[in-house]
Design a protein around this ligand. Sequence first.
Ligand SMILES: [Cu+2]
Length: 141
Amino acid sequence: MTRRLSVAAGAAAMALTLGACAQPASPAAAAGPPASEARIGLVEWGFTSSASALVAGPVELEVTNAGSTPHDMQVIVGDEVVAATQVLRPGETQTLRADLTGAREASILLCTLPGHESQGMVDEIEVVEGSATAGTGRHSG
Ligand SMILES: [Cu+2]
């Protein structure tokens, strides 16, 4: 009787462990429908994004300098700069509107301050055809 009980307890513990592992490991791993609005953070040295992918259409990006030195951000599709912030001081926010219609691949986020790109302030964000609200069920990968 005691043996049966301990086996059941072990199975319950394993189920709990598996449940914990099913949680997203990090924000970067979050998947979901492409977003038409995202919050972008500028830090030393890189970018954070509240969305893992943007919709290929009009988007609104709330760009905040979450770092400790000035930064700016350009959004580049192909060879074209489609949106750019002014140089933001730490804590400053600027909202950008960009039209990513026709951008069928990743667009590039870039900080143009001298030396920042070489320190890592260049990144890509996926651009996906589809509706930001309907949720196409498309999965990355
Ligand atoms: Cu920078």
